[in-house]
Structure formats: structure tokens, C-alpha cells
Design a protein around this ligand. Sequence first.
Ligand code: F6R
Length: 608
Amino acid sequence: MCGIVGIVGNQPVAPRLVDALRRLEYRGYDSAGVATIVSGKLERRRAEGKLFNLEKRLDEQPLDGTTGIAHTRWATHGAPTEANAHPHFTDGVAVVHNGIIENFSEIKDELLAGGAEFHTQTDTEVVAQLLAKLRRDGLGRREAMHTMLRRVRGAYALAVMFEDDPSTIMAARSGPPLAIGYGRGEMFLGSDAIALAPFTNEISYLTDGDWAVIGRDGAYVFDLEGNRVERPRQVSQAAAYMIDKGNHRHFMEKEIYEQPEVVSHALSHYVDFIEHRAKAGTDDIDFATVPSLAISACGTAYLAGLVGKYWFERYARLPVEIDVASEFRYREIPLNPASAALFISQSGETADTLASLRYCRENGLKIGAVVNVRESTIARESDAVFPILAGPEIGVASTKAFTCQLSVLAALAIAAGRARGTVSQAEEQELVRQLAEMPRIMSSVLNSIQPTIEHLARELSKCRDVLYLGRGTSYPLAMEGALKLKEISYIHAEGYAAGELKHGPIALIDENMPVIVIAPFDRFYEKTVSNMQEVAARGGRIILITDEDGARASKLPTMATIVLPNVGEIISPMIYSLPIQLLAYHTAVFMGTDVDQPRNLAKSVTVE
Ligand code: F6R
């Protein structure tokens, strides 16, 4: 949700700021801008839309200056126009911001009453206007920054430049992440370590409430009371990751095809394939004794958690309370302090998930984080971290992170089952054997289903609505299929528990409505087939995703049947993820949408 970068350097910084923005574009791509100080004057270039528009603008009107800040925007307040693009300037102050200033209208009213003139519809402009006013009132730069921070409320990561100090950037964090990067004779600031990877691997993260004064030779960090604080420096691993598409058209396609490899890497961390045992990987959460588990997450990560709920309840007989984080955080759930809580997040920065985590922390629960970004806030605030080891996921639609989250949750549920005496040694060996088979089966599925999927995707691209149905762990998968399709192809789609069909959605069925039924030949198969009968009886067009046994047993006419190999029940959600991801991907490609950066979305959601 907006990317921020800053450099206090000793050579022109604009090209490097844009390079860093490119690595942050996943956070938002509504507009972008860069500001520097040239001969004692603030200068900026901004452009609506994707980063290449800003690059074009900079080609036409290059920008000098050795200190600068830059921003890529995901609009919250104000349309994604050039006027609303950051950096915002007021009287010698430049500001870029990620987050929301919640009391902006109150501050704005005061400033307007004092004669200020606003030029944008953003909440961010109040920060620039307030700083400018505090300077006019005679405050020094640091004093003004500190006073402003005690006045604003909300979630923010801020970078500020003052025209009268061309070799300093100030920064502040309350919520969204912000990292300081240490170079040689140069210093950096960025929303994440990946943005800073080309410049330095030595970074420190600001903690909530921190603000910093960053010069060419180092940084001073203060807390909200104004006391000097030290934040540990660490060596970031981000530089090790290659961020390119390889031979693929899109990052999403690359990430779908990477799954056999990354899932195998993740599993090797959580499963001992020689002893045929799952590893809990931590002593911080004692699955043997916890009376229950709370799980919270957003979007695709929530759906991974929902599959996890089925597994923890079935294999470990561990009751699971689960909700989307935006509801969990406000429901005032009575929680047992002896319980544990798991938070699932690819980015590790999602604001609602983090707030749910803090709610559980206040209630005394042990906290576990299933995250991709190990240096993230959610990881840092947890007692136990379960990395999913998927590598950077650049496509905004989550794919490989989902199957890695599932793999980690499956291993944890088995380990919990053993610890609680609900999974026997023989059962554990069988479940581990299934997990061991998964990467190979994923490869063979990816190599074989493409032609059927492409053909179907052409049909789906002509539809207005699509329904997905599933039972058991295929129910969250039905919702994930619908989410994937709508977010990248913009086709309206819904995922339902197959048994719920007759309680409402069946009214939608007609000959124009494709219904994608996810039905492995498992203990739910016959029930799901009965629901398919109900669809067929009303002229609905069925796309059945099943296995060889399921295809043989099905007597119903379908628009198409995608046949996967017969697989063990615990790995079926990971295997069945592949056709639903590819179906969404190819439909979007046919429709010509921006697959990796679909409209209105951003990869890291650091606002409520
Ligand atoms: C959908 C998708 C989102 C994220 C959600 C949570 O494809 O990617 O629904 O799953 O925004 O993000 P993280 O996992 O970073 O907390």
C-alpha cells in the first residue's frame, strides 16, 4: 500500500530512486513521483498511472539533486491524479506518505481557518501544511517534525525533506514498515529491504512510534517522547533474490510454475523425510497442551487458514476459531490465554492481521506467524515464526505463497496431531508420504493440464459470472478460485460450500452460468455430485475438476472435466490449487487485463 524510498547520497539520486520504486511497485501503481533538492530548491516530477509514465516524464525533464524522496501510490484519499500524486510540497517542505492520517480533516479545518490553501484531496497534504506552519511559527526542523508527529493520528510511514537542509531526510513510522539502509557515505530509506537491496544489505527497521533524522553518514532514531533509541542493524537477505520473469510472460505465470520447487523447499524445513515425521519447528508453541487455536488473516492467506482449520480439527482434534482479520480485530472475541494464535500473511505487514495479532498478544496468547517475509512486522512481533520459504512473490494475485502456506499448515497440523496423541505413527508416516509426493505430482499436473485450461479459459473469458463449489477443504479452495478469477480477470465470481447451493445461489443458475465444481474422489464426492445434479437439472454448465476415479464415477454431462491424478486427501488442496490458478491466469490473459498489477489492488495492504 504505497511504497516509499529516500536517498541521502553523493551523486544524482533520481535514477536510483526510480529503480527502487520499481521494486516497490507491487505496493501500489496509481501514480508515482520523485522529489529532490536542486540548488537549494525543492523540485519534483510526478505522473499518473504506472511507473513508466514517471520514467517518461524524467526522460523529458531530468531531475538533478543528491538527496531525494520518492513514492508509488495506492490511492486512499483523493483520485489517482497527478495533482494527488506524492511528493506533496508546501512552503519548502516535501512529504511522501504510506497509510492514512485519521484526524486529517480536523487538522485541515484548523489550518484552513489559519488561512492555509490546500491543493490536493489527500490526507497527506495536512502533514506538509502542518510542518510548514510549524516552521513559520519559528520551530526548528526537528522540533517541527516531533510536534507534527504528536499531533497526527493513524497509520503512517513518512519521509520528509526540508528545502533548507539539502543533506537530510526525516522519517517516521506508526504502522506501515520503514527500513533505514546504511551505505558508504550514503544513507537510504525504504518501505522494505527488497527496495534497498541494490544499494545495501545493512538495514535497521524503525519500530512503531519511531522517527529518524537521516544524514549522509548515519541516522539518529528517536521515540515519540523524543528520546534517542538504538535499533539493531541486520544483514538483509533480500539481495539474494532475483526479481525477473525468466521465460514467462508474467510474474504470476512464473510463480505458478515455481510451485513444485518452492513447496519442496518449504516442506524440507517442516518434514523429516527420513524419519517420516512432521516437525513443529518451535518449542514456543506447545501444541500438545493448547486448548484451542485462533487463526486470523486476510484474503488468500485467510483461505489458507480456513483449510488449516479443517486439518487442525481433524488431525489434531484442536478446535480452531478463525475469522478474516478485519472482523477478528473488532469482534471482542473472548480468548483463552492458554491458547495459541496463528497469523498467516505473505507480506507480514497486513494492517488488519497485525491488529488481530496485537489483540491476541494483549489477551496473553502465544503468537505464531506463518509468513513469507521473515523480516516483516508480523514476524518480528511473534513468539514463533513459521517461514513459508516461497521466495519473493511479485504478482499481486497470490499463488505460490498460498500453496506454501498450505504446506506449512499441513505439516504443523500433523506435528500437532502427533503431540496430542491423535495421529498414530502409522498415520503420520502415511501423511508424510503424501506430502513427499506432492512436488512431483505438482510438476506432472502443471505439464499436462495447460491445453484443457487454455481452451476453457477462452470460454470463461466470455462470461459475466462464475460460481465455484466445493466441500470440506475444497470449499475454501472454491472461494480461492473465485477470488483469483475476479481479481485478475474482473469477472464476477463466488465460491460456495456445495451444500449451500440450494439455500440461495441456485437461483442464479441458468445456461449462461458456468459452475466450477471442485470434487476429488474423497469422502465428500457423492454429496458434491448430488449438488452437481441440481445444477445440471437447471441447465447450468458444469466444469468438473476431479481425479481419475472421480471422472470415471461421474455420469453427468459437463462442459469440461479437468482430470487430475488420484492423490492423498491432505495434499489435494495444494494440487487442486493449480488448475484454479491457471484457469484464472489464462482467462485474464485472454481478456488482456494487467495480470501482475490488476486494477485497484496492491500487494501489501498496510491500511485498514
Ligand atoms: C489475493 C491476495 C490477497 C492477500 C491478502 C493478504 O490473491 O493476494 O487476498 O492474500 O491481501 O495479504 P498478506 O498475505 O500479505 O497478508
